[in-house]
Design a protein around this ligand. Structure first.
Ligand SMILES: Nc1ncnc2c1ncn2[C@@H]1O[C@H](COP(=O)(O)OP(=O)(O)OP(=O)(O)O)[C@@H](O)[C@H]1O
Length: 265
């Protein structure tokens, strides 16, 4: 058990309970359960078609499980629509980046703050004092996040003109702007070069250590997962194959077999 788990009495921040997802005749997830503990990085791995994206989409509420439950701080998230998950502290990034390409970096990150501000059209148009205060707070926060992620220099640049690696960092900045407790990262290393993956790994660890974020990382890049995850869950054919520390999962015969194929093949 990690220090973080000991400190919180081992009750999970997020609990996946016996989750199954069936698409027509295909069982994409079959009774998957695991816990995510505060301040941990959890790596979700598995070969192609294992069910990682399906589970990620359940956590971000794009898919509704056919059975089972997902609890955040003890309360089910399954009644919440996808556009309301930021309010309960779940942030996400997308595999292929889903920013507003024609807006600046600053404006994209401002959008992320929106889920945590409570303005309305009348207060906005009258520029009431509390709206002005809230705008100032948003600007302060956006600049703090850009500085944290080393994006200040490109703050006024339109996103579509930026390299892919930088766009991924902008997406991370937008997710952080909503003050998430849990950050769901969908293949963040996809499309990055060796050096960028290394920098990304350091950044994710920094978010855990300095901002006390809990991170779920769906990733094919084994080097990244095994070097930064506190806990790893391996899926195969929709079932949980193994879980434990990176070293335990890497040494698990069923995991090795799933990745390499059996000797008979
Ligand atoms: N919308 C869908 N409709 C029908 N079947 C689906 C759907 N989404 C996923 N599946 C099936 O569910 C299974 C799990 O797929 P999923 O995409 O979750 O796996 P994955 O581990 O993310 O794979 P990859 O690493 O290739 O992205 C696969 O058999 C897939 O074909």
């Amino acid at each position: 058990m990690t220090q973080a788990q000991l400190a919180q009495g081992n009750s999970p921040l997020l609990a996946v309970r016996d989750v199954s997802v069936v698409f027509g005749g295909i069982i994409a997830l079959n009774g998957v359960s695991f816990n995510m503990h505060k301040g941990n990085i959890l790596g979700l791995i598995g070969p192609n078609g294992a069910g990682k994206t399906t589970l990620f989409n359940c956590l971000s509420r794009l898919y509704q499980p056919s059975s089972g439950d997902i609890l955040m701080e003890g309360a089910s998230i399954l009644t919440r629509p996808a556009h309301k998950i930021a309010e309960i502290g779940i942030g996400r990034t997308f595999q292929n980046v889903a920013l507003f390409p024609n807006l600046s970096v600053l404006d994209n990150v401002r959008v992320g703050c929106h889920s945590r501000t409570s303005s309305d059209i009348i207060s906005d148009s009258l520029k009431l004092a509390w709206v002005r205060r809230s705008e100032a707070d948003v600007n302060k926060k956006v600049h703090e996040i850009l500085a944290y992620l080393d994006l200040e220099e490109v703050g006024h640049t339109v996103v579509s003109g930026l390299p892919f690696g930088t766009q991924k960092r902008v997406e991370l900045a937008r997710a952080l702007a909503a003050d998430p407790k849990i950050l769901l990262l969908d293949e963040p290393a996809g499309g990055l070069n060796h050096e960028e993956v290394y920098v990304l790994g350091d950044l994710i660890k920094k978010l855990r250590d300095e901002r006390h974020l809990t991170v779920l990382l769906v990733e094919h890049h084994m080097g990244l997962v095994m070097s930064i995850a506190d806990h790893v869950v391996a899926l195969n054919f929709g079932r949980k194959l193994a879980e434990g520390t990176p070293a335990q999962v890497q040494a698990d015969p069923d995991v090795i077999k799933a990745y390499l194929g059996s000797k008979d093949q």
